[in-house]
Ligand binder design. Sequence first.
Ligand SMILES: Nc1nc2c(ncn2[C@@H]2O[C@H](COP(=O)(O)OP(=O)(O)OP(=O)(O)O)[C@@H](O)[C@H]2O)c(=O)[nH]1
Ligand SMILES: [Mg+2]
Length: 370
Amino acid sequence: MAIDYSQPDIEKAVLIGLVTDSRRKQEEVESLAELRRLALTAGAKVLDQRIQVRKTPSPAFYIGKGLVQEIKEQLVDLKANCVIFDDQLSPAQQRNLEKVFEAKVVDRPVLILDIFAKGARTAASRLQVELAQLEYTLPRLTGAWVHFSRQYGGIGAKGPGETQLEIDRRQVRTRISHLKKKLDKLGVQRATQRKQRQNMFKITLVGYTNAGKSTLFNLLTKADIQTANKLFTTLDSTTRVMSAGYPQKIVFSDTVGFINKLPHQLVESFKSTLEEVSQANLLLHVVDCADPKLDERILQTREVLAEIEADRVPYLMVYNKIDAKPDFQPPLNDGNKGFAISALEKNGLPALKAEIVARSEAGFRPKKRG
Ligand SMILES: Nc1nc2c(ncn2[C@@H]2O[C@H](COP(=O)(O)OP(=O)(O)OP(=O)(O)O)[C@@H](O)[C@H]2O)c(=O)[nH]1
Ligand SMILES: [Mg+2]
């Protein structure tokens, strides 16, 4: 039976996570909670979630065959049309599961890509997301594959059959090289803009999604960037040059938030946007100090920074949302003390601003010779 995509608008989903030798139960419970938020952000309705304990993922189905059958029946009972996995599936797993479930099978990277696709507003971020999606899905094109957000209706919506599949693949490849060319052009423009700012002190806000980067950015620059209590509110970098209140010209940039298992293709294709990060003179690494997974979030952000070659840029740790955890004491990081602030209640900002000013002045001091 063919998959019924006639009512694609609301995905009614079952979430699935795996506890393996390398992943503890508690970790997976928390990761599934995040997956649930991601699914809601993408517009899906979550009907149930399942966790399986297995030594390692099964090569054919990721989960065990018994659970595959159980879920197949459950999908019918619940009238669910979508199964979302908390990890990356191989093309074969994805194909096999879709065949058995006769429902849409989505993994964590696809879900994240989908949220990005829905939220992308500027030309650059649209191109970057589309490129990442195509790169991710090319090896996964099955002929029955339909994109979650249905933005690219043509691809995969056609019937199966090797020939059609080949045509689809070729079209995708052509589109990929077209997108790359367009992005290269935009990259040149960005480089020119950056050159104009080369004598300014560049500060970029980075951190896990929902940490409060945009809220702090607005405070530091009096801008009016959208903030919201959801994941990935910001997808584009925004830049503001500030001189009022600062002795030097400082350029602040707000960036897209990071998350655990950020799809590699996404990081790759967002590299030019993320150059705001690697080219900065100073990073403000913003964290939600009330997040129970604080230490892990910090490491995950540092990992993405390494991936975009920004791990050697000097940084300040900004422990935000101190209002939600008033007794929090910021620890030392790399010998630097962190700043405890509340961007929401505007607490703790003078010390942070003073440090920013000191850093920018030091950054402009002519280097001593000899
Ligand atoms: N309690 C509390 N909430 C805060 C604080 N700062 C920001 N928030 C809230 O946290 C949520 C996320 O804030 P954003 O500024 O959108 O976070 P972000 O890091 O830019 O998130 P993305 O762009 O989605 O990655 C919003 O609901 C903010 O109102 C704070 O100091 N305390
Ligand atoms: Mg934001």
